[in-house]
Design a protein around this ligand. Structure first.
Ligand code: ADP
Ligand code: MG
Ligand code: MG
Length: 879
């Protein structure tokens, strides 16, 4: 006995996806639950795999089983394959475990030849329909099975239709003529006569489906979507039903709920007198499914009932294909419906309310990354389409930070700030951005750059602020002097309006309508369920009281990273900071620091106030000092003037601060070690703010964090200093302050010696941006040259600055945590950095037992959901 290669639809069910493929399992399940499905059978994915092991021969027994199954289909349909008096026609459809769009098209109406064609015309008394069916069969078989270029058929068809007619307007004679031309093309290109024996047609078609599994398109698709090659595809052979028999026939596709809004109503389209993919292929303009209600009420009701039934059965939204033949409904496919982030949340919440699924299932139903769409303004698809038609599309850059924005074009950060103060909405357009542009970025609605990658300054800062950004739009030619940019032959001037979508990278001329994110009741409900399950805390990286407020509103449980230097750029402060940097003597430096201290204290008070009761981690000064200094001649002269020193002196100071490799240079704790007065000032500002807030009844939990520590001794020096200042402030104010001193682990040496570092550090926070940089030995600022190509050529699976490299950097995180806790068992450990809001990285942090992740405010909900799913994954495994 040979193996069972063939399953009748009535023999399979939904659980057999591996063996039957998604489509086969779906039609089997529908058949089993009494939904009208045209009879047929599925050839297993195992048969496909054996076909390849067998040097592309059908496995033993397969063909006999196919013949046997065809008899069953003949009996069920009361038709006979190849019999002119009552011909059975079939479709041959591929179907792997995972849907693979475009892998192999479906052959329809197989079994037609000149005799069965005549029979079909007679039997249906509809010669035109028969001719149309034959035309489609020869076209599909020629293209898909015999490999003839489909364009050639389209060309003949379009010639026949002319400019004004549709396919339904073609007469029987015209269709017959077209089919003859198709056959000639096939004869010429494939070198074969069109096969007339239906069983030979079937054999060929099955072989073609098997072969398509290893076709270029399929292989590429699997690489891209990380699907294994050894799954194989199923082949579904199914008796045809005809949506092209006249105006009482139709074909369509529909979702059981609206996949873009989640609205619980049928959503879809249909075409009267059409077959197969006509709806999707845009042969004619389809009509919304709601109109079917008026046109064929009974069928519509029946379909609505089946949709509900299938949805209840699968406990999720279904994406269905159907055909109506002379007023009778047939279901051809059902699968889980893809949906937008907004729809996913609404549907999950609705299904719980309807009692279909429980909360844990709901939480697992939404992709964390999909929440991003809920957290930013958007431009509706129709609005974009209209803009494209009106010729307003400009270019596409990298989707660096999601969200849509419109505003007038400004090139200068100062002007951006000024205009924003006056109430204008501006978009800052730069070749690239640098730290000194920060105030302009803050003021702008969005940022557009011509150069730079996903981790460029513009991209990272914009994501941190939750501000839309399109980066590296290489087609932009910016002319700062002329105050304009050119792109694809269009010129946009300073002051012109543009719109962009940072989620897709599209840029348009003019003001497109954007809609604000609505953090609706459903969204809040959904997040509260996620919070019930997660173990990991989620904090935010926030540098200003405003960021903190946004973070809080998105559910952050504290601040995991406040980068104090970002405060340095606001308003006139930068002047005092620059004075501090260029100071020659300790006295001068102290004088400048004294100006900064009250400003920093004010900021910290704002943060403590906003995060009342929650921990706030403040990092001491980290970046290389030259980042704060001006670089252009004019700017240098202006600053020198302000400071009352000679421009040449300022210039030589700036020169002296230049470093060959600033990322590994005079930065991090090295600054505070060489200039202790900086750390001292910052600590003083922190503790005075804490004391002042405490006096007002605010619950403060300051955590002072020392950056870029490589050796315990470095941390010790800085921690001692911080503690000394804390004691002084407590003495001065009479307030008892609870606080912690900890460190960032962002150098491999720190991770390796974490057991020693934990002798002093009361907490760890893995700075995974720098840790990735130092582990890979890849400068974040320079990786744009090669890293995108690495990812494209698959040398690396992902950009390690976006997705935590679990194999390498992750090991240091795990090992550092273990070693730290070997010294201090209750050591609190978190991560801050871009990875804190990236779902797979968050799941990793859960797995290795971190206490919290910290991410940009706008990613807090994403991290909350990812953490919940990680915990639910554990729960499922423990069962
Ligand atoms: P895809 O995987 O691209 O969705 P399908 O195998 O679902 O391909 O086939 C595409 C279309 O062909 C279906 O939507 C359906 O309209 C039509 N079709 C397939 N099989 C049949 C059939 N037995 N009777 C009528 N139409 C069919
Ligand atoms: Mg389909
Ligand atoms: Mg760092």
């Amino acid at each position: 006995m040979s193996k069972k290669w063939v399953y009748l639809f009535s023999e399979g069910d939904a659980s057999m996806r591996d063996l039957l493929g998604g489509k086969g399992a779906g039609v089997a399940e529908m058949t089993r639950s009494g939904v009208p499905v045209p009879p047929g059978f599925t050839i297993t994915t195992e048969a496909c795999n054996t076909y390849y092991e067998n040097n592309k021969q059908f496995p033993d027994g397969l063909w006999d089983q196919v013949l046997e199954a065809m008899k069953d289909v003949e009996a069920k349909t009361s038709k006979k394959f190849g019999d002119p008096s009552n011909p059975l026609l079939v479709s041959v459809r591929s179907g792997a475990k995972f849907s693979m769009p475009g892998m192999m098209d479906t052959v329809l109406n197989l079994g037609l030849n000149p005799e069965t064609l005549a029979g079909l015309a007679n039997l249906t008394d509809n010669p035109r329909f028969a001719a149309d069916a034959y035309r489609r069969f020869v076209q599909l078989f020629g293209k898909i099975v015999l490999g003839v270029d489909g364009e050639k058929f389209e060309h003949v068809l379009n010639e026949a239709k002319g400019d004004t007619r549709q396919d339904t307007d073609l007469s029987t004679e015209e269709l017959t003529d077209i089919t003859e031309k198709f056959k000639q093309i096939i004869k010429q290109d494939a070198g074969v006569d069109f096969p007339t024996d239906p069983y030979e047609q079937l054999r060929y078609a099955i072989g073609a489906v098997f072969s398509s599994w290893m076709g270029r398109r399929a292989i590429d698709y699997r690489r891209l979507n990380k699907i294994a090659d050894n799954l194989g595809t199923g082949v579904n052979v199914q008796s045809m039903v005809f949506g092209n028999m006249g105006n009482d026939s139709a074909t369509g596709v529909a979702f059981s709920r609206n996949p873009s809004t989640g609205d619980p109503a049928l959503y879809g389209e249909y075409l009267v007198n059409a077959q197969g993919e006509d709806v999707v292929a845009g042969v004619r303009t389809p009509r919304p499914i709601s109109e079917l209600k008026a046109e064929m009420g009974t069928v519509y009701d029946q379909f609505a009932t089946i949709a509900k039934q299938l949805e209840a059965h699968y406990k999720d939204v279904q994406d269905m294909e159907f055909t109506i033949e002379k007023g009778k409904l047939w279901m051809l496919q059902t699968r889980t419906g893809k949906r937008t982030g907004g729809a996913a949340v609404k549907i999950a919440v609705d299904l719980v309310k309807e009692g279909v699924i429980d909360e844990a299932t709901a939480v697992n139903r939404v992709e964390p990354a999909a929440l991003d769409q809920l957290l930013h303004p958007t431009i509706a698809a129709a609005e974009k389409e209209a803009a494209r038609k009106a010729g307003k599309f400009l270019t596409t850059g990298l989707p660096a930070s999601p969200g849509a924005a419109t505003g007038t074009v400004v090139f200068d950060p100062d002007e951006a700030e000024q205009l924003a103060k006056e109430g204008y909405k501006v978009i800052l357009v730069r070749t690239e951005t640098a730290p000194e542009d920060f105030h302009g970025m803050v003021a702008a609605q969005a940022i557009l750059t011509a150069r730079g990658g996903m981790t460029s300054h513009a991209a990272v800062v914009a994501r941190g602020m939750g501000k839309p950004c399109v980066a590296g739009a290489g087609e932009l030619k910016i002319d700062y002097k002329a105050g304009e940019f050119n792109v694809n032959g269009k010129t946009i001037k300073h002051g012109d309006a543009i719109s962009l979508d940072g989620g897709t990278g599209e840029v348009f001329a003019g003001s497109l309508d954007t809609s604000e994110p609505t953090l609706t009741g459903d969204f809040a409900t959904f997040m509260s369920w996620a919070d019930k399950f997660r173990k990991l805390s989620v904090r935010a990286n926030a540098d200003t009281p405003h960021d903190a407020q946004v973070a809080h509103s998105f559910g952050a449980q504290g601040i995991g990273l406040c980068r104090t230097e970002h405060m340095f750029f606001e308003g006139d402060r930068i002047d005092a900071v620059r004075e501090m940097i260029v100071a020659d003597t300790l006295e001068e430096r102290r004088a400048a620091l004294a100006k900064i201290e009250p400003l920093q204290q004010g900021d910290f008070e704002g943060l403590f106030q906003e995060m009342d009761g929650l921990p706030v981690t403040i990092r001491t000064l980290d970046p290389p000092l030259h980042e704060f200094l001006p670089h252009g001649d004019e700017e240098i002269a202006a600053l020198a003037n302000k400071m009352g020193i000679a421009p040449s002196k300022l210039r030589s100071k700036i020169e002296s601060l230049r470093e060959a490799n600033p990322m590994l240079g005079f930065r991090g704790c090295r600054l505070g070690i060489i200039y202790p007065e900086i750390t001292e000032m910052q600590a003083r500002a922190i503790f005075k703010a804490a004391a002042a807030c405490k006096a007002r009844g605010v619950h403060i939990h300051p955590e002072v964090m020392i950056p870029l520590v490589g050796d315990l001794s470095e941390l010790k020096v800085q921690a001692d200093l911080v503690r000394k200042v804390a004691s002084e402030v407590m003495e001065e104010t009479g307030q008892q302050l609870e606080y912690m001193v900890g460190t960032m682990i962002e150098l491999p040496r720190a991770a390796l010696t974490a057991n020693k570092i934990a002798e002093v550090a009361e907490f760890f926070s893995f700075g995974t941006n720098d840790l990735t940089q130092t582990t890979f030995g890849m400068s974040r600022d320079d990786a744009g040259r090669f890293l995108p190509l690495y990812v494209e050529r698959k040398l690396l699976k992902d950009d390690p600055f976006q997705v935590l490299d679990q194999d390498g950097v992750g090991q240091l995180v795990q090992l550092g945590t273990e070693r730290g806790r070997s010294t201090r068992p209750n050591l609190k450990v978190g991560i801050c950095g871009e990875h804190g809001g990236e779902p797979s990285s968050v799941m990793f942090c859960h797995k290795v037992g971190l206490n919290y992740v910290s991410c940009s405010p706008y990613r807090v909900p994403i991290a909350r959901l990812a953490a919940a799913q990680a915990a639910l994954g554990d729960a499922a495994r423990d069962k």
